[in-house]
Write a protein that binds this ligand. Sequence first.
Ligand SMILES: Nc1ncnc2c1ncn2[C@@H]1O[C@H](COP(=O)(O)OP(=O)(O)OP(=O)(O)O)[C@@H](O)[C@H]1O
Ligand SMILES: [Mg+2]
Length: 324
Amino acid sequence: MTDLQIQPEGSQSQLLGDSPALTRVVWAARITAASDVTVLIQGESGSGKELFARAIHMDSQRKLQPMVTVNCAAIPENLAESMLFGHIKGSFTGAFADQQGYVQSAHKGTLFLDEVGELSLSVQAKLLRFLESSECEKVGSTITEQVNVRVIAATNRDLRKEIKKGHFREDLFYRLHVIPLEIPPLRERIEDLKLLLVHFTRTLAEQYRVDAPEYSKAALKALKEYHWPGNVRELRNFCERMTILLSGQTVDVDNLPVEIKTARQAAGKTLLSLPENGLSLEKLEIELIQQALDKTSGNRTRAARLLGLTRDTLLYRMKKYSLT
Ligand SMILES: Nc1ncnc2c1ncn2[C@@H]1O[C@H](COP(=O)(O)OP(=O)(O)OP(=O)(O)O)[C@@H](O)[C@H]1O
Ligand SMILES: [Mg+2]
């Protein structure tokens, strides 16, 4: 078995990370790369789905053949069939010549269907037929062609939910789902952050011919606490910003973008902070009970709910503090 392309530093497309969560997916991808099996890559935006698809192709026996990427979200619904399977001259207004589709262009190679969840139901039906039989016809043609492609699909949608909503065909889902690869979001493999941070900062500094910035311990901690909704892409963009704005300097918490600082403050926020000279827990409890009763116009059941207590516990405490 060949190694998945976790290439040496310096390459644009190296897949970095040694967290257990990522290593598990790399291991599964490495096994699937060797065969022609259909792979469905799922993961949040920016988590590395396309990078994985490329790595699988480059580690497969088809690596010297083309990998054709179809961004299913970007093809207009009325042209999707002809873009995928091609058309013949005169088959519709504007079809001035015979045209190959993406599928035929990928012959002997890999067809990467990115954002597959965006295809319309009618195109999904045609895709299913092709996946089952490796046969297709150009739009307007009755000649059936045999095409040999390995299909990798990717989506950041939850396709099971799309099936429930009637937006995605269940049979196509199972056809694509032969080997599912779930790319974990960056927040679930935060151990990888430092490696990615250092790598991106170093390569971007080389690219812009500036000195790479460094990161203070506090900044690194804040970065690890952030939830990274845009995943590795967001981290890379952050590194680019820091490399340009703070080249050769040390990035501290104050220099971090507001969304990262705010998330940190929110995470660090406690319910109440103890005043310097302390307080009386008993008085605080009495005050909170009174506030809850005021808020609910004396309704004890609702007041208890506001305080996270049972009604009996609230009544017991009210009796204890002689509250009526
Ligand atoms: N493990 C990784 N190591 C190094 N770079 C990575 C890794 N994962 C993602 N990247 C980089 O992050 C960026 C986003 O990755 P990619 O385009 O593969 O994500 P995606 O899941 O396809 O995103 P989208 O859902 O938005 O299409 C790219 O620049 C990619 O090279
Ligand atoms: Mg992508």
